[in-house]
Ligand binder design. Structure first.
Ligand code: PLP
Length: 349
């Protein structure tokens, strides 16, 4: 063996491994759509929504074109706009605050907990104070279940309820996770998720979904998804989007959902093995942490938006510290050992 050959690169997210596992079932699902030709609003879309409702425990599921649209559509349905404040963690993917800004409302950035990287309820309260001082009406909070870990939804609900705020959970990275025995999707007033290929449940393109127990909200979302269509399809009763999930993606997701529980268990095993590694590093005084080089309030487009009183020291610190490691359900133990050895080597040298 050539000692100087670089080792095969480890894929960050191994979508190919899942593709191999699912093989024919995906090909057949796609072939069925190609045969019936109902590429928009085909029967698979309704079937997927029913299966997602069953999986999550939410009463209504409205599939849509992306996780960003899922967030935006809920904010639009709630009539959130200019003069309103929506509180978001700063340490998140930009879509969380972007959806708020697109409605004309003001994202108010708050800090995260240093152990979970999720919204800190104390900072949420300070964000509400900051919003009011700016003459904004705090209408909603968007907790994010970052890196697959559920936010502290009970603590958030207490603060939100006291202020009469709507809770829109951003579960784009956490779909499949549970909080106190309930699946994400059945928590808060509405939940948005993404089916971007790298997400826990990903399709082969863009996609997303909204989960809610509120029948009226679900109906409004179905209208917004198709340009604000009313009961007469030529009478648009509100502003909307082309926000549909296409049938092909729905057909693919139906097949992927069948193995999702098994994948969650496999991911949890991978996470446990990394936790052992993290503990070993921690014992040596070396923190392990994860990404977002810049929190949202440090990014050019969001610099002028308000932040919670007292600043966001944890988000800023995490942005400096955090690295991420390969994480997917098909990461086998020898490969993971290789990653750990490489990290150990890098840290010790
Ligand atoms: C936390 C979070 N929110 C929202 C989104 C937006 O999802 P999409 O890329 O499907 O629009 C993402 C996706 O990367 C995300 O990580």
């Amino acid at each position: 063996m050539n000692q100087h050959m670089p080792p095969n690169p480890v894929p960050f997210i191994d979508i190919g491994a899942q593709r191999r596992r699912l093989g024919k079932s995906i090909d057949e699902a796609v072939a069925r759509v190609l045969a019936h030709c109902q590429f928009i609003n085909g029967p698979e879309v309704t079937e997927l929504e029913a299966r997602l409702a069953e999986f999550s425990g939410a009463k209504h599921v409205v599939s849509c074109a992306s996780g960003t649209d899922a967030l935006l559509m809920v904010l639009m349905a709630k009539g959130i706009g200019r003069g309103d404040a929506v509180i978001c963690p700063s340490f998140t993917f930009c879509a969380t605050g972007e959806a708020v800004a697109l409605t004309g409302a003001t994202p108010v950035f708050v800090d995260v907990d240093e152990a979970t990287f999720n919204i800190d309820a104390a900072s949420l309260k300070r964000g509400i104070v900051a919003a009011k001082k700016q003459g904004l009406k705090p209408r909603a909070v968007i907790p994010v279940d970052l890196f697959g870990q559920s936010a502290d939804h009970d603590a958030i609900a207490v603060v939100a309820e006291a202020e009469g705020m709507f809770v829109l959970d951003d579960a784009a990275q956490g779909f499949g996770a549970s909080y106190k025995g309930r699946r994400l999707g059945a928590i808060g007033h509405a939940t948005a998720t993404s089916f971007f290929p790298a997400k826990p449940l990903g399709c082969f393109g863009d996609g997303g979904a909204i989960f809610t127990d509120d029948a009226e909200l679900a109906e409004t979302l179905r209208s917004i998804r198709v340009h604000g269509q009313g009961s007469d399809k030529y009478d648009n009763v509100r502003l909307g989007l082309t926000g549909r999930l296409d049938t092909m993606q729905a057909a693919i997701l139906i097949e992927k959902l069948k193995i999702f529980d098994d994948e969650i268990a496999a991911r949890n095993k991978v996470a446990e093995r990394y936790a052992r590694f993290a503990a070993a590093l921690k014992a040596q005084g070396i923190p392990t942490a994860i990404y977002y080089v810049k929190s949202m309030h440090q990014q050019t487009a969001y610099r002028d938006y308000p932040v919670a009183e007292g600043g966001l020291p944890v988000s800023e610190q995490l942005s400096d510290d955090v690295i991420s490691l390969p994480m997917h359900a098909y990461l086998d133990e020898p490969t993971q050992e290789r990653i750990i050895r490489a990290v150990r080597g890098a840290v010790s040298s």
